[in-house]
Design a protein around this ligand. Structure first.
Ligand SMILES: Nc1nc2c(ncn2[C@@H]2O[C@H](COP(=O)(O)OP(=O)(O)OP(=O)(O)O)[C@@H](O)[C@H]2O)c(=O)[nH]1
Ligand SMILES: [Mg+2]
Ligand SMILES: [Zn+2]
Length: 363
């Protein structure tokens, strides 16, 4: 079922090698375990309910293949492969035979009460966390995005846009840098191609990137500059508003002119905080360490006696506001995880009940 590369943004720079598609030694090592009969590596570009579309290394234009969705461990079709995943494709059966382990994974809490976890994007290398040198800039929001990136095992890069509309852009750089001295921070005027080129080091061939950030900060403007063509609508205009329906809405992976892949799905635009326990520990590692000195292991650093965190605040070693933001994020994470556990518990109970009913009927 090899079809011409019709809907993946085939351009002159269309990939021909696995490396262009984002193949890395991490995946190559798994190939050795799977054996050669398992199939050829194909990267998932689109996920639909009834089929998934992958792109493999092919002569000239690359080879696009459609296949039925992989089934997850519990038979859940949504659970298995997501955009950015690598699968082994067997051309004879027209199916994916294996899903390769991921180097990174974004997931999110689904909409609605259930709070089910959805897989959003796999094997992303860099998350551009975009905010502007204006009131959009919010330290708590940056920390939240950093926790998401850490949790997904993706390298964050802070991108500060609209320096041209502000008197002292470096004050914003300084505030962001104070979050973590090892963070990469780029000041970028998204209207100026020379300035946007500052992001090129992360956008080379074989790299996969995502853009995170609130509405109006310049994500689409930057993407269009990096792609060298209009792949996203800008300035508050939705892709759907454009005359007819913009073809880009169904695409999930866009090739940037430097050779990188931009992964953009509706889910990616709505990532929320879920299961980010480790991500939060990474962002607030200094506070996590101090908290180990609290008398109680489950100390909330509120009114408990022997609280090392409050002692550190009192001693002027740490910032009380930052501790407050940390406590809020940890509480939110705990709440989300509790809801998730509860839901899983309910599902298990329901499964048992169904089994018991079937047994009863069979008797
Ligand atoms: N002056 C200036 N304007 C910018 C800059 N970056 C973006 N803009 C403008 O800000 C507006 C919003 O930019 P978009 O790229 O549409 O923002 P977005 O992040 O994609 O927003 P959503 O798609 O709603 O999430 C546009 O009118 C851009 O031209 C910048 O660095 N400087
Ligand atoms: Mg946009
Ligand atoms: Zn404490």
């Amino acid at each position: 079922m090899i079809t011409p590369n019709s809907d993946t943004g085939a351009t002159p720079e269309t990939p021909t090698t696995l490396r262009d598609l984002g193949w890395k030694p991490f995946f190559q090592n798994q190939l050795a375990e799977q054996g050669t009969e398992a199939g050829v590596p194909v990267r998932i570009m689109q996920v639909h309910r009834r089929q998934i579309i992958g792109l493999g290394a092919g002569p000239g234009s690359g080879a696009e293949v459609a296949m039925p969705p992989l089934l997850g461990a519990d038979g859940d079709p949504g659970g298995a492969a997501t955009v950015g995943d690598w699968v082994l494709f067997d051309a004879v059966s027209g199916r994916a035979t294996a899903l390769l382990d991921r180097q990174s994974l974004f997931k999110r809490r689904a909409a609605g009460e259930g709070r089910q976890v959805q897989l959003i994007a796999a094997n992303v290398d860099t998350a551009f966390i975009v905010t502007s040198c204006n009131p959009d800039f919010n330290i708590a929001r940056l920390e939240r995005y950093l926790a998401l990136a850490h949790q997904a095992d993706v390298t964050p890069v802070i991108v500060l846009t609209k320096p041209d509309q502000c008197d002292d852009p470096y004050s914003f750089v300084e505030q962001a840098a104070a979050l973590d001295r090892s963070l990469c921070i780029e000041l970028v005027n998204a209207l100026d191609p020379a300035s946007a080129a500052r992001l090129q080091p992360w956008c080379r061939s074989g790299q996969t990137v995502v853009f995170l950030g609130s509405s109006g900060v310049g994500k689409s403007t930057l993407v269009n500059l990096l792609a060298g063509r209009q792949v996203m609508a800008t300035g508050g205009m939705r892709e759907d508003d454009a005359k007819g329906r913009h073809t880009t809405t169904s695409r999930a992976m866009h090739r940037l002119s430097g050779g990188a892949w931009l992964l953009d799905t509706p889910g990616m635009r709505e990532v929320q905080l879920i299961d980010v326990t480790e991500g939060l520990e990474a962002v607030f590692d200094d506070l996590t360490e101090i908290a180990q000195g609290c008398k109680f292991r489950d100390c909330l650093h509120d009114t408990e006696p022997g609280c090392a965190v409050r002692q550190a605040i009192a001693a002027g070693q740490i910032d009380a506001q930052r501790v407050e933001r940390w406590r809020k994020l940890v509480a939110e994470d705990a709440h989300n995880n509790a809801s998730l556990q509860e839901r899983r518990g309910r599902e298990r109970a329901f499964g048992k009940m169904v089994k018991a009913t079937i047994k009863g009927k069979n008797r």
